[in-house]
Design a protein around this ligand. Structure first.
Ligand code: FES
Ligand code: FES
Length: 582
C-alpha cells in the first residue's frame, strides 16, 4: 500500500507505478500534462516537498510520504496572481506548458520573491514552451512576483478596444489546468487504443497474424486492413495514405499503421502489440529525391514518384540573365523539420445511443477530419460528429488524420468509447514534417542593382504521402523570388515521393525554405556589387503597381518599402562593416 499526499489530500494505491500515470489516469489531475514521458519537456512538473520535479520520472513509491503539489493546490491568492500575470503578459497561447511553468515559477518565488532575470531563466530551464517564447513567460513570472509582494494589484482586463490590450479569454483556465485537452478526458469504461507501426520504411508486408493478440486478456479487438468498412485510403488532397497497410502491400514509411488494438488499459493495449506477428520482406528504401525521379527507382505509388510539378515562366529569364551585369547562382538545401508541438496527438471516439459517433480531437480542421472519418467508416456525414478540444500546439502538424480515424474504427467495432493517444516518439514518427528542399537559385541584376531575372529549380521531398505537398510546393515556387519586382522569371518545382516521413504543412508553408535561398542570394548580390544588403532590397522592393515574379501586381496597400525604411537604422548597425547605408 502506498500513501500519496496530493495538495493536502491523502490517496492510497496498492500498486507501484509511474507517478504521472497515477495522477492523471487515476486521480484525474488535468493540470499535469504528458508531453514526453521522459523528463524532457517539463509539462508534468510538480512540487515535491517544495522542489520542482518531473512526475513522469517518479514512481508512486518514490513519492510516498512526500508532499506533492500541482496548480490545483495553490492558494486562492496564488492562483489569482499567476493566472492574471500570465494572461496580462501574453504568456499563454496553447496553454499546454503553462501549469508546469507556473509550478516551476512557484518553486522559484517561494524562495526568491525578488528574482533576477537570470534566476527566472534558471527557474524555468526545465520547462519547454513551443508557442509563446520565453520573454513573455519571464515577464509573467516577474509580474506574479510583484503581485505576491503586494506592489501591484490584480486588475480586471481592459475589455479591449482600439489601442488597448485584450487578454486571451481562456488564459486563466489554461494557466490553472482547467482547460480540457483530449487526453484529459475520461469516460468510465472507455478502452485504450494502440497502433502497430511498420518496422521498415519500405518492406513488403507478407502476412500478419493477430490471433495471439486477439485472445490476450483485456484485449477487446484487433483490427487489420480487411476490417476497414469504407475507403481504406484517405488524404487531404490525394487519397494515397492507407488507414492500415494490407498484407501483400509495401510499406512506405516507418510510421505506417499495420494493426490496431483496443484494450481495457493502455498497458494491455501496448503489450498486445508485441503479440502481433507481421512478416516482412525488407526492401531498399528510396530516400533521395534524385533517385526517386530516376528510371531505376521503384514506384512508391502506382502513379510513380512525382507528386506534382509547379511551373512559373515570365518574360525571357535566360536572355535577361545573359545581359545582366551581376548574378549569383546558389545551391541551398534545407532539412525536414519536426513541429514538436507540446501535446502529442490524441482522439477519443464515443459511440452514441443515437447511432452517432462523436470523435473528440485537438486537430486543425474538424470538417476535414469528419470528411476523412466518414469515408473510412463508410458512413453518411450525419453519423459522425467531430468536436474540437483544446489544441496543445500544432503549427501545421495536426492537419492530417493521425489518431482520429483509428480511434473511430476501434470505437465503431467495439461499440465502446476508445481513446488513442500517441507517445512522443510515436508522434514524431507519424505526422508530416516541414519539406526538405533542394533549391538551385540564380538571381541577376543590372548595373544599377535592379533585379533582371530569377531562375529557380526547387525539389521538395514530400516523403511517403502527399499530405499538402502540392500546395506547399506551389507556395515555395511563388515566393522564391521574394517580395521584389522581378521582370523575368523561370521557376520550376517538383514535389517528389520518397520513403522518408511524409512532409506537409508547417508554419510558412514552403516559404521559409525558399526565403533562405532568396535572401542569401540578395545578400551575396549586394556584396558583389559593393552596396549594402538594405540598399539592394530597397532598390527592388515591391511597391503598389509593380509586379512580382509571378506577374501578380502589388496592391495599393503594399508597404514593403515603408517597412524597410522603418528598419533602416537596424540594418545600418548590423551591416555597417559591409557598407554604410546611404
Ligand atoms: S517532462 Fe514529464 S512529460 Fe515531459
Ligand atoms: S503556450 Fe507553451 S507550449 Fe503552447
Amino acid at each position: 500500500m502506498f500513501t500519496i499526499d496530493l495538495n493536502g489530500t491523502i490517496y492510497h494505491t496498492e500498486e507501484d507505478k509511474n507517478l504521472l500515470d497515477f495522477l492523471r489516469d487515476e486521480l484525474h489531475v488535468t493540470s499535469l500534462k504528458n508531453g514526453c514521458s521522459e523528463g524532457a519537456c517539463g509539462a508534468c512538473t510538480v512540487l515535491v516537498d517544495g522542489k520542482a520535479m518531473r512526475a513522469c520520472l517518479l514512481t508512486v513509491s518514490r513519492a510516498r510520504g512526500r508532499k506533492i503539489m500541482t496548480v490545483e493546490g495553490l492558494s486562492d491568492r496564488e492562483k489569482e496572481a499567476y493566472a492574471w500575470a500570465f494572461a496580462e503578459a501574453g504568456a499563454v497561447q496553447c496553454g499546454y506548458c503553462t501549469p508546469g511553468m507556473i509550478i516551476s515559477a512557484k518553486a522559484l518565488l517561494d524562495n526568491h520573491l525578488h528574482p533576477t532575470e537570470e534566476k527566472i531563466k534558471e527557474g524555468i530551464r526545465g520547462n519547454i514552451c513551443r508557442c509563446t517564447g520565453y520573454v513573455k513567460i519571464r515577464q509573467a513570472i516577474s509580474l506574479a512576483a510583484r503581485v505576491l509582494r503586494g506592489e501591484v494589484g490584480v486588475e480586471p482586463s481592459s475589455g479591449g478596444g482600439i489601442g488597448s490590450s485584450l487578454t486571451r479569454v481562456d488564459a486563466a483556465e489554461k494557466a490553472l489546468g482547467r482547460s480540457q485537452y483530449v487526453d484529459d478526458m475520461h469516460i468510465e469504461g472507455m478502452l485504450y487504443g494502440a497502433v502497430l507501426r511498420a518496422k521498415y520504411p519500405r518492406a513488403l508486408l507478407k502476412s500478419i497474424d493477430v490471433s495471439a493478440a486477439s485472445v490476450y486478456p483485456g484485449v477487446e479487438t484487433v483490427l487489420t486492413a480487411g476490417d476497414v468498412p469504407g475507403d481504406r485510403y484517405w488524404g487531404f488532397i490525394s487519397r494515397d495514405w492507407p488507414v492500415l497497410v494490407a498484407a501483400g502491400e509495401e510499406t512506405r514509411y516507418v510510421g505506417d499503421a499495420v494493426a490496431l488494438v483496443a484494450a481495457r488499459s493502455r498497458k494491455i493495449a501496448r503489450e498486445a502489440l508485441g503479440l502481433i506477428a507481421a512478416d516482412y520482406e525488407v526492401l531498399e528504401p528510396v530516400i533521395r529525391t534524385a533517385f526517386a525521379l530516376s528510371d531505376d527507382a521503384p514506384k512508391i505509388h502506382p502513379k510513380g514518384n512525382l507528386l506534382s510539378t509547379t511551373r512559373i515562366s515570365r518574360g525571357d529569364a535566360m536572355e535577361a540573365l545573359a545581359k545582366s551585369a551581376w548574378s549569383i547562382a546558389g545551391r541551398y538545401t534545407t532539412p525536414p523539420t519536426e513541429h514538436a508541438f507540446m501535446e502529442p496527438e490524441s482522439a477519443l471516439a464515443v459511440p452514441g445511443e443515437d447511432g452517432i459517433l462523436t470523435v473528440y480531437v485537438g486537430s486543425q480542421s474538424v470538417y476535414e477530419d469528419r470528411a476523412g472519418i466518414v469515408s473510412i467508416l463508410g458512413l453518411p456525414p450525419q453519423k459522425v460528429r467531430v468536436v474540437g478540444r483544446q489544441v496543445g500546439g500544432a503549427f501545421g502538424g495536426k492537419e492530417d488524420l493521425s489518431v482520429q480515424h483509428h480511434a473511430a474504427l476501434l470505437a465503431m467495432r467495439t461499440g465502446k468509447p476508445v481513446k488513442l493517444t500517441l507517445t512522443r516518439s510515436e508522434s514524431i514518427l507519424v505526422h508530416p514534417k516541414r519539406h526538405a528542399m533542394e533549391i538551385d537559385l540564380t538571381t541577376a541584376c543590372d548595373k544599377g542593382g535592379k533585379l533582371t531575372a530569377v531562375i529557380a529549380k526547387i525539389t521538395a521531398d514530400t516523403g511517403a504521402y502527399a499530405s499538402l505537398g502540392g500546395p506547399v510546393l506551389e507556395r515555395a515556387c511563388t515566393h522564391v523570388a521574394g517580395p521584389y519586382h522581378v521582370p523575368n522569371a523561370d521557376i520550376t518545382g517538383w514535389a517528389v515521393y520518397t520513403n522518408n516521413p511524409p512532409a506537409g504543412a508547417f508554419r510558412g508553408f514552403g516559404v521559409p525554405q525558399v526565403c533562405f535561398a532568396c535572401e542569401t542570394n540578395m545578400d551575396l548580390l549586394a556584396e558583389k556589387m559593393g552596396i549594402s544588403p538594405w540598399e539592394i532590397r530597397y532598390r527592388n522592393g515591391l511597391e503598389p503597381g509593380l509586379a512580382m515574379a509571378t506577374g501578380q501586381v502589388a496592391a495599393p496597400d503594399t508597404a514593403f518599402k515603408e517597412t524597410l525604411l522603418a528598419v533602416k537604422e537596424v540594418y545600418r548597425r548590423i551591416d555597417s562593416a559591409v557598407s554604410p547605408v546611404p
